[in-house]
Every structure is written in C-alpha cells, then in structure tokens.
Write a protein that binds this ligand. Structure first.
Ligand code: HEC
Length: 108
C-alpha cells in the first residue's frame, strides 16, 4: 500500500519534471507554421519550391537548420533580439527553445 503511493508520487514528480525541462520540437513546429512560414518556407525538400514561391532574401528554415554556422546559441540570439527586416516576433524563451528543437530535428 505505502510503496504504491510512494511510486505514484515519484512518477508524478518525473512527469512534471519532464514537462518543465524539455524543449518540444512538436510545439516548435506549430510555432514555425504559425509565425515563420509566412516568410520562411519551412522545408526545401522540394528544392524548386524555393524558386517558385519563396524569395532568395529569406532562407528556408530547413537550410537555416543545416547551416553549421547557425548553432542553437546563434539562433537563440537571433530570435531574442529584433533583426530588421525580420520583425520582432516576441517569442518567449521556451517558445524559442521549442523552435530551435524543431529546427534541430530537421537536420536529421
Ligand atoms: C515577416 C517576415 C518574417 C517572419 C514572420 C519571420 N522571418 Fe526570419 N527572416 C526574415 C527575413 C527578411 C530575413 C533575412 C534578414 C537578413 O538577412 O537580414 C530573416 C532571417 C532569419 C534568420 C537568419 C537566417 C540567416 O541564416 O541569416 C533566421 C534564423 C530566421 N529568420 C528565423 C525565423 C524564425 C524561426 C521565424 C519564426 C519564429 C521567423 N524567422 C519569422 C523574415 C521573416
């Protein structure tokens, strides 16, 4: 009886710790679709789509994700401070981490 309660409390603790720590790539995908896709094509899996619909001035998120110079820290800086002509999107720290997790998932 007592052991069962203890295990239950312990599992709840781990479940909660999980929610607060992990940057969530799925959440990041939702943010990217909503806030980034208006200007950045999210994927260049069809390379021609960039030529047809995108513009040279705005790199695709997939190409940003693959760029070795665009480290998570670099992206965090970029997204934390405004960079005209890209508008300041006012993302929270956790939203930024989610977007970065999503971008990192694209390189695999
Ligand atoms: C209103 C249009 C617009 C939106 C919305 C937008 N961007 Fe941008 N973004 C730009 C433009 C334009 C540039 C190019 C700026 C430059 O090169 O000076 C850019 C550049 C970037 C760069 C730097 C690329 C590089 O390699 O130099 C990153 C990273 C980036 N955007 C990420 C994002 C993310 C993530 C989102 C969504 C959370 C987003 N952007 C939403 C227009 C936009």
């Amino acid at each position: 009886m007592k052991t069962g309660l203890y295990v239950g409390v312990l599992m709840m603790f781990f479940a909660m710790a999980d929610v607060t720590q992990a940057a969530d790539a799925e959440v990041g995908r939702g943010i990217a679709d909503r806030w980034c896709a208006a200007c950045h094509l999210t994927s260049d899996s069809n390379a021609d789509s960039r030529v047809v619909r995108g513009t040279d001035a705005v790199p695709t998120l997939a190409s940003i994700a693959r760029d070795p110079n665009r480290s998570p820290n670099w992206l965090r800086q970029w997204l934390t401070f405004p960079h005209p002509p890209m508008p300041d999107l006012h993302l929270s720290h956790s939203e930024i981490d989610d977007v970065i997790a999503y971008l990192q998932g694209m390189t695999r």
